[in-house]
Design a protein around this ligand. Structure first.
Ligand code: ADP
Ligand code: MG
Length: 753
C-alpha cells in the first residue's frame, strides 16, 4: 500500500464483497482486519478482488494466526512480510539511485535555460541546446516508464476500473506533462502557429518522479523503523530449551516444551517459557519485559518468565505456561493488536482522504479549464494552455493525502512500541488517545501506593485465651484468603511455627474481612465495619493510636465479642511520593480509594501528598465513586491491582492494571503497567500526551500542505501576486510532507519519558 487512499479503496472493495461483515485497513502497518462469513467468501477470494486494483493479500496460515499452540512460528508471517518489505525498499532504493543523476541533469539544463534567458550566464550554444534537449525526452521516457511504472499503472487502473489512488494522481500528472511534450516534439511545425513549441515539460516529468520516488523510499525506510518494537520483542524469545528427559538434559525447540517439563537454565541463558523455580537460585534480568533495570533475585518457588535473562546462578524450573500462554507471547500479541488498531482521532483524516483523490482530480481539471477560459483573453491561447498544464500537473502532484493517512498510525505505532519497551502495555490506540485527557487518577492503596507486602507489627489480646492461640486461630482463617493482609498474618504464624488449624464454613466478606469455623466455633476477622455489622462492642479508641500511624487493624471476634486484634503495616513505595507530585505537575488530581481503615489511609495519603481519600469503600462503591466523578465531567483513570478491582477498572475511562510483572492478566485493563509502580503511570500519561502531540502536529502539517499547496498550484494567486507553483516544487513539497510526518512520529521514540 502506498497511501491512505489505498486504504480507502481496499476497505470499500472488501465491504462490498458478499459475506464480509467488516473490514478495517491500517495504512501504518499495511494490514487489514476482515470479519467474514466462511460460507460466502475466503481470503484467496478477497485477495483476487483487490489484485486487479494493484494490491494483494499476504494471508497468514492458521498456525500464524495463533490458532495452534505453536504461536512462535506464528510470527513467521510477520517476519516474512518484513522481509518482503525490506526487498521492496531495496528495489525502491536502486531506482532512486538510478534516477537522481537524470534529475540533476534536468535541473542543470533547466537552470541554464532560465539563467541564460535573463543573461545571468551566457546562453547555451545552439548545438549544446539541441544536444541537451534531445537527451531530455530519452531520460523522461526512462523516468516515466521504469521508475514511474507504479504511477502509470495507477493511471491505467483508473481508466480501466475507475478507481483512483495517489499513484493515479501522480500518474496522470506526469503522463500529461510527458504526452504534451511528446506531442510538441512530434508535431512541432504544425503546432508552431498555435502554441509555444519551445516550452516542453520533459524535465518536470523527470524531477517530479524523482522527488516522489525519493520521498516514497525515505518514507518506506522510516516506516519499517516505526515497527521495530515488535521485532525486538520477538528477538527476546529463546529458540530452544534445555529440558530434563529421562534424567538427561536435552536441547529441544521451544515449540516442543510441554506443561510440567523441567527446564535447566545456565548462567547467561534466556528463559524459554514461563514457570516456577524448583531448584537453585539466581538473579534474573527482567528489564526487557518489565522495564525494571535491576536484576531480580529468584529462589525456589519464585516465578520466571520467558524472554528474561538469567545473569549468574543456575536453576531448574517447571514450565507452567508455554507457547501462546507466556507473558511474552501475550505482550507481543497485545502490542501487535494495539499498533494496528485505529485511534478515534484518525476518523476525520480517513474521511477526508477517502474523498480526496476524486476531488483533486476535479480541481485539477477545473484549474486547467479556468486557465483556458480566463487566461485566453489576457495571456493568449499558447500561454494560457501552458499555465493551465502547469497547474493541472501541480495540483495532481501536490494533493496527495499520503501524509494525512500516515499522520496517526505512524505515531500510534511508535508510541505503543515505546510503551512496551518501558513495561507499559497499551491495549489499543483509543486507550492511548483517551489517556492524555485524564484529569483525575484514582489509586488503590495496597500494592499501588504501598509495596503491597504488609507485615504483622502488633498484637493486642483482649481475651483469656493465650496470645499464641489467638494468632493461630486468626492465621488458620487467613490461610484461606488471598488478601495481602492475610499473607502478613499467615507469614508471621508460619515463622513462629504456630499450628494452622482446619477451617470449616469459610467465607470471604467483600471489603470487610472473612468468617469461618475452627473447632466448631465460628470466628470473624476483619475491620471495624465488620464488627459493626456483627453488632459486637468494640472500643475504637483502642486502635486509633495505631491507625494514626497508617497501620491496618484486623480484629478477631466471635459472634458475641471481640477477642483481640493485630496490626499490619505496609511500606510506602519509594517512588510513590515523586509520582504523585509528578501527576500534580501534569494538572491531575489524585484520589485514593481504599477498603482500608480511614485513619490509616489518610495517614498514608498525607505522606505521599494525595489530594483526597475515600476509605472503607466496598468494591461496588468504587464503581459508584468513579461514576460520580464522571458525571461531574471528569475523565478518570483508575489504577488498581486488576484482580478484585476489575469492575472498577472497566468503568473508568482508562483502566490501569498494576501487574507484578510475572503474573498478570493483561487483557483485563486498557493499560497494564508491568512490575507496576505509580511512576510508570506518570510515564504512561506522558507517553500519551507525547503521542497525541505528535499526531496533532502531523495532522497540522499534512493539512497545511494541501490547504496552501492546492490553491497555489492551481494558480489562484497568479492574478493577485503573479505566483504559480512550478510542478517541480509541488513534487518536492509532496515528498517532503510524508517524509516529515513519518520522521516526526519517529521522534517520539527518542524522547525521554
Ligand atoms: P483494598 O484493596 O483497598 O484493601 P479490599 O476490599 O480488598 O480493599 O479490603 C478492604 C478491607 O477489608 C481491608 O482493608 C481489610 O480491613 C478488610 N479485609 C479484606 N480482606 C481481609 C482479610 N482476608 N482479612 C482481614 N481483613 C480483610
Ligand atoms: Mg484490593
Amino acid at each position: 500500500m502506498h497511501c491512505a487512499s489505498c486504504a480507502g479503496i481496499i476497505e470499500k472493495t472488501f465491504k462490498k464483497t458478499e459475506g464480509v461483515q467488516s473490514a478495517e485497513v491500517n495504512p501504518g502497518t499495511e494490514t487489514v482486519k476482515v470479519v467474514f462469513d466462511e460460507a460466502k467468501t475466503n481470503p484467496q477470494d478477497l485477495s483476487q478482488k483487490i489484485e486487479k486494483l494493484g494490491y494483494s493479500l499476504i494471508i497468514p496460515t492458521a498456525v500464524e494466526m495463533g490458532m495452534s499452540a505453536d504461536e512462535h512460528a506464528g510470527h513467521l508471517g510477520l517476519n516474512q512480510s518484513k522481509k518482503e518489505k525490506l526487498a521492496e525498499v531495496e528495489s525502491m532504493r536502486s531506482k532512486v539511485i538510478s534516477i537522481i543523476p537524470l534529475a540533476i541533469f534536468s535541473v542543470f539544463v533547466m537552470s541554464w535555460d532560465i539563467l541564460g534567458q535573463y543573461k545571468v550566464v551566457p546562453e547555451m550554444s545552439h548545438t549544446l541546446y539541441e544536444f541537451f534537449h534531445h537527451l531530455l525526452p530519452i531520460f523522461a521516457t526512462y523516468a516515466l516508464f521504469v521508475v514511474g511504472k507504479p504511477y502509470l499503472l495507477g493511471f491505467y487502473r483508473f481508466l480501466r476500473y475507475g478507481k483512483a489512488n495517489m499513484d493515479t494522481l501522480i500518474g496522470i500528472g506526469t503522463s500529461a506533462a510527458f504526452l504534451y511534450s511528446l506531442t510538441i516534439s512530434s508535431f512541432e511545425d504544425a503546432l508552431r502557429p498555435f502554441i509555444n513549441v519551445d516550452q516542453t515539460y520533459y524535465d518536470v516529468t523527470i524531477i517530479v518522479i524523482t522527488f516522489i520516488a525519493l520521498g516514497k523510499y525515505l518514507e518506506a525506510r522510516s516506516k519499517i523503523k516505526t515497527g521495530d518494537a515488535i521485532e525486538k520483542l520477538l528477538n527476546l524469545q529463546a529458540k530452544t530449551a534445555l529440558v530434563i528427559r529421562d534424567g538427561k538434559e536435552v536441547e529441544i525447540s521451544i515449540s516442543e516444551v510441554k506443561h510440567g517439563d523441567l527446564i535447566v537454565v545456565k548462567p547467561g541463558a534466556k528463559i524459554p517459557v514461563d514457570g516456577l523455580i524448583t531448584e537453585g537460585s539466581s538473579f534474573v534480568d527482567e528489564s526487557m519485559v518489565t522495564g525494571e533495570p535491576m536484576p531480580v533475585q529468584k529462589k525456589v518457588g519464585d516465578s520466571v518468565v520467558a524472554g528474561t535473562i538469567n545473569t549468574s546462578g543456575a536453576f531448574t524450573f517447571k514450565a507452567t505456561k508455554v507457547g501462546a500462554e507466556t507473558l511474552l507471547a501475550q505482550i507481543i500479541k497485545m502490542v501487535e493488536d494495539a499498533q494496528s488498531s485505529k485511534a478515534p482521532i484518525q476518523a476525520l483524516a480517513d474521511k477526508i482522504s477517502s474523498v480526496f483523490v476524486p476531488i483533486t482530480l476535479v480541481i485539477a481539471f477545473l484549474s486547467l479549464g479556468a486557465w483556458l477560459v480566463f487566461g485566453y483573453g489576457p495571456l493568449g491561447f499558447s500561454q494560457a494552455l501552458s499555465f493551465g498544464l502547469v497547474s493541472f500537473v501541480g495540483v495532481l502532484v501536490i494533493a496527495c493525502p499520503c501524509a494525512l493517512g500516515l499522520a496517526t498510525p505512524t505515531a500510534i505505532i511508535v508510541g505503543v512500541g515505546k510503551g512496551a519497551k518501558e513495561g507499559i502495555l497499551i491495549k489499543d490506540a483509543a486507550t492511548l488517545e483517551k489517556l492524555h485527557k485524564v484529569d483525575t487518577v484514582i489509586v488503590d492503596k495496597t500494592g499501588t501506593i504501598t509495596i503491597g507486602k504488609p507485615t504483622l507489627v502488633d498484637i493486642q489480646n483482649l481475651s483469656e485465651i493465650k496470645d499464641g492461640e489467638l494468632i493461630s486461630i486468626l492465621a488458620s482463617l487467613e490461610k484461606k484468603s488471598e488478601h495481602p493482609i492475610a499473607h502478613a498474618i499467615v507469614n508471621y504464624a508460619q515463622e513462629k511455627n504456630m499450628v494452622i488449624e482446619n477451617v470449616a464454613a469459610f467465607e470471604g466478606i467483600q471489603g470487610k474481612g472473612l468468617k469461618g469455623s475452627v473447632k466448631d466455633i465460628e470466628y470473624y476477622a476483619g475491620n471495624i465495619k465488620l464488627m459493626k455489622d456483627l453488632g459486637v462492642a468494640f472500643d475504637v479508641s483502642k486502635i486509633e493510636e495505631f491507625t494514626a500511624q497508617g497501620k491496618t487493624p484486623v480484629i478477631l471476634a466471635t459472634k458475641e465479642k471481640v477477642l483481640g486484634f493485630v496490626m499490619v503495616a505496609d511500606e510506602i513505595k519509594s517512588e510513590s511520593k515523586q509520582a504523585v507530585s509528578d501527576l500534580h505537575k501534569l494538572g491531575i488530581k489524585v484520589i485514593m480509594l481504599t477498603g482500608d481503615d480511614e485513619k490509616a489511609a489518610k495517614y498514608m495519603a498525607a505522606l505521599v501528598g494525595i489530594d483526597e481519600v475515600v476509605a472503607h469503600v466496598l468494591p461496588q462503591d468504587k464503581l459508584a465513586k468513579i461514576k460520580e466523578l464522571q458525571s461531574q465531567g471528569k475523565i478518570v483513570a483508575m489504577a488498581g491491582d486488576g484482580v478484585n478491582d476489575a469492575p472498577a477498572l472497566a468503568v473508568a475511562d482508562v483502566g490501569i492494571a498494576m501487574g507484578t510483572g510475572t503474573d498478570v492478566a493483561i487483557e483485563s485493563a486498557g493499560i497494564t503497567l508491568l512490575g507496576g509502580d505509580v511512576s510508570k503511570l506518570v510515564k504512561a500519561i506522558k507517553l500519551s500526551k507525547m503521542t497525541m502531540r505528535g499526531i496533532k502536529q502531523n495532522l497540522f502539517w499534512a493539512f497545511i500542505y494541501n490547504i496552501v499547496g492546492i490553491p497555489l498550484a492551481a494558480g489562484v494567486f497568479y492574478p493577485i501576486f503573479g505566483w504559480l507553483l512550478n510542478p517541480v516544487f509541488a513534487g518536492f513539497a509532496m515528498a517532503f510532507s510524508s517524509v516529515s510526518v513519518v520522521s516526526n512520529s519517529l521522534r517520539i521514540k527518542a524522547k525521554k519519558l
